[in-house]
Design a protein around this ligand. Structure first.
Ligand SMILES: C=C(O[C@@H]1C=C(C(=O)O)C=C[C@H]1O)C(=O)O
Length: 363
């Protein structure tokens, strides 16, 4: 689907990151206003607070509901900051619009469900409001794009996405693993679609908020969304990942904001030169890989004639172990070498399968 997006915030100069901060949840009027005053006038474009909280299990704090929207309105009046909250159904949209919330967002648990996304989209028909769409909990690129398309088809063109990481069962330092590649894919397919990094939900802890936000900026993300609370340890939700307004401002100071590009001729010429060298190496890599597959095909022919299986685990092990060691000496990570070699091995198997199972191969 061909989509043309408009800038999320009209007044925001191009190439300046969109800064979103505020508590995970609105808890009390005092907490909402105290946090807002700690952030006002400090370059925060949008003040966030969850009013309706989808929780994993019942009984946890599920948000203050409509009452909290009045507190957000006071934030607007008293600080001049725009405000944003999460909506998940028709009633949320209706209440948020009634209380002049400036920007809406769809949460990860909503994006996973096309029925819910469609309900929100239908409620938004004919309304001109920016909408941010968080990635679905599971790393399903198409589901994420599907949610964007549903909102777009409702006539909303000020759309952005929020990358909040993906649920993962194994051991990891993150609460939600980033899988940056999905965000990079989105950038490639929709260059005009702003991507905002929710470092709080990716990290789930305070000590790595800065490197994750910086990584997002290095990947040319268009903004950062961070949870801020006046008393994080006693927050009613997501206590481990929230930081105080002053800690937040310190973090923001440390971030290095990058430009997507420049018109500096010297820089562009040097870049061009180095990129030319990369292109040549890429070409060489492909030639080598092509030649390697030709050899695999010859091995496939022998195996076929002698009725030998394609997969040879001990040989494959040897190759992988050797490559990891050699790779390390060349500064290549084990993770990269493993992923790369596994892909090469799979392609080699595919080539052999084709040769060995081709019609007439038995003859
Ligand atoms: C090419 C072979 O077949 C398979 C593919 C391999 C490769 O591409 O290097 C290695 C071992 C096998 O699993 C082989 O047996 O050598």
């Amino acid at each position: 689907m061909d989509m043309k997006f408009q800038p999320l915030l009209q007044e925001k100069p191009e190439n300046k990151p969109i800064i979103i901060a505020g508590p995970c949840s609105a808890e009390t009027e005092q907490q909402v206003l105290q946090t807002a005053h700690g952030l006002a006038g400090k370059g925060v474009d949008l003040y966030r607070a969850g009013i309706w909280k989808p929780r994993t299990r019942p009984g946890a704090f599920e948000g203050v509901g409509t009452e909290g929207l009045k507190w957000l309105r006071r934030v607007k009046e008293e600080t001049g900051m725009k405000v944003t909250t999460e909506v998940a159904n028709t009633q949320h949209v209706f209440e948020a619009l009634k209380h002049q919330i400036d920007v809406l967002w769809l949460g990860a648990r909503t994006t996973v469900n096309p029925f819910s996304v469609q309900e929100v989209a239908d409620a938004l028909k004919g309304v001109d409001i920016p909408v941010l769409i968080k990635n679905p909990i599971n790393p399903d690129y198409k589901l994420w794009v599907g949610a964007i398309e549903r909102i777009y088809k409702a006539g909303i063109t000020k759309i952005g996405v929020i990358h909040r990481g993906f649920s993962y069962h194994g051991e990891t330092k993150y609460r939600n693993v980033p899988r940056w590649q999905l965000a990079i894919d989105l950038k490639r397919e929709f260059p005009d679609l702003p991507i905002i990094c929710d470092n709080s939900h990716i990290c789930g802890r305070r000590d790595i908020l800065l490197p994750v936000a910086q990584k997002a900026l290095d990947l040319n993300f268009d903004g950062i969304m961070t949870e801020v609370h006046p008393d994080p340890d006693n927050a009613w939700s997501d206590a481990a990942q929230q930081i105080t307004p002053s800690q937040y401002l310190e973090l923001k100071e440390k971030l290095v904001f990058r430009l997507p590009t420049t018109d500096d001729m010297e820089f562009l010429e040097n870049l061009e030169h180095l990129r030319h060298e990369i292109d040549e190496l890429d070409e060489e890599l492909l030639n080598l890989l092509g030649a390697r597959m030709k050899l695999a095909e010859r091995i496939g022919e022998y195996k076929q004639r002698n009725n030998i299986s394609i997969l040879q685990a001990s040989r494959w092990n040897e190759i992988l172990e050797r490559a990891v060691i050699k790779g390390k000496m060349k500064g290549l990570s084990e993770e990269f070498v493993t992923v790369l070699l596994k892909a090469v091995h799979q392609e080699s198997i595919n080539h052999q399968e084709k040769v060995m199972n081709a019609p007439g191969a038995e003859a």
